[in-house]
Design a protein around this ligand. Structure first.
Ligand code: SAM
Length: 189
């Protein structure tokens, strides 16, 4: 653990399992997992001197997977706006080094605009393909693989369905994959 990192605060908004910020935690950063049921992004008051912010709001209302079922964009946007409020407060309060908001490619870009980067998780060695939009102020994670793992038939389905014991398929699908999380960490320390 690097002691120099212990005063660098990382907010992991909508952290869920905390997978996105795990490498920061391992490296000794002061990681705050802002996630239900203990913390609500809607009402959360950030501490002073935040170093970086990761935000993975619920994608349900923006997801293409929802097909033609009715969407409650306003409910989805309320969470996005709560995260934006925290990001702006932190930047106004100090030199926020980076922030990033992610969502699977879907309808959120109709509200936030086209993102500066859309990643495929297999670029980073994760055997799941969920094209994901990234908005924010951050260094781009360095792509590792040029080609998808085409030699493994059904690689995406297999990984998506197996996952971690006792977790629903939806939770497994929502969990930030480790290859991407590590590449993001390396680019934003
Ligand atoms: C899209 S998932 C993010 C998963 C995360 N990337 C991971 O690796 O586990 C969104 C998470 O935000 C949580 N959540 C939903 N609404 C929230 C709120 N108002 N405040 C804090 N967390 C919330 C959900 O319980 C869920 O775990």
């Amino acid at each position: 653990m690097n002691k120099q990192n212990h005063n660098k605060i990382i907010l992991d908004l909508f952290a869920g399992t905390g997978a996105w910020s795990r490498d920061y935690m391992k490296a000794g950063y002061d990681v705050h997992l802002v996630t239900l049921p203990d913390f609500n992004v809607r009402t959360y008051e950030p501490p002073p001197n935040v170093y970086g912010i990761l935000a993975a709001p619920e994608c349900r209302e923006f997801s293409l997977a929802k097909g033609s079922r009715p969407r409650d964009f306003a409910a989805g946007l309320e969470l996005v706006e709560a995260a934006e409020r925290i990001i702006r407060r932190c930047r106004l309060a100090g030199p926020l080094q980076f922030w990033c908001m992610e969502n699977p490619v879907g309808f959120l870009r109709q509200f936030l605009g086209k993102p500066p980067l859309t990643v495929h998780y297999w670029w980073y060695g994760d055997c799941i393909d969920k094209p994901t939009d990234l908005w924010g102020y951050f260094n781009f994670p360095k792509r590792i693989y040029k080609d998808p793992p085409a030699l493994l038939p059904n690689w995406n389905k297999i990984k998506a369905l197996k996952g971690v014991q006792n977790q629903s398929r939806a939770t497994v699908r929502a969990t930030t994959p480790p290859g991407f999380a590590q590449a993001f960490f390396k680019a934003n320390t």
